[in-house]
Design a protein around this ligand. Sequence first.
Ligand SMILES: [Zn+2]
Length: 249
Amino acid sequence: MTLPQLSFDTGRDPRWVALCARDRASDGRFVYSVKTTGVYCRPSCAARRPRPENVRFHATPDDAERAGFRACLRCHPRREPATRQAVRFAIGESSLGLVLVAESDAGLRAVLFGDEAGKLVHDLQSRLPTAALAVDAGGVQAALEAVVDCVEAPHLALDRPLDLQGTPFQTKVWRALRRVPAGTTVSYGELARRLGVPGSARAVAAACAANPLAVVVPCHRVVAADGSLSGYRWGVGRKRTLLQREARA
Ligand SMILES: [Zn+2]
């Protein structure tokens, strides 16, 4: 260990420059501890810049903790640096209008209906604000074909992995929707009862409205308590057509 020299040389260490710049690209490469607070941080931490003579650099969070420092509650240096999820997408045509299909490495990420390509892309961007989006017709061709098949014959289950991301409550609602058989409908209140949260029909309705996978997560099978169609994120006309197709199948 070369403790005294290290603090003396901090100002000339390239890691000090990264610290001063709060350089995100350096996150995961090292952490720094501050003698006066007993805390260690990732380089990008928004905390006040410490005096160089109080700073030590450590290769890993484990090294910093072995030296007696605790993790900063502001920058959480133990967590992996936030990375942008790569999502590829393309827009195709279906009998219900344009359909945008987006896929991550984990599976289907979004299925959205629309009448205008520009608005569809905007919808995707606002739903996935942190994703690295890329148009990739070849990359999502298989998924797009499978989704269009599903739109034309919504009673057929889609056999592809899903990358369902939402709050725990939303994903619970979306998984319950996947268990509503084609050719049947369910009310928001009944769905809430099935989820064990009777009285939460409004929260269930909000989760249905936030569904990112049109048709694949069949939120079109949820209707009002009196059997009327109620609303649909992608237009009641599309909902009616999907339910009619399922009733005929
Ligand atoms: Zn910090």
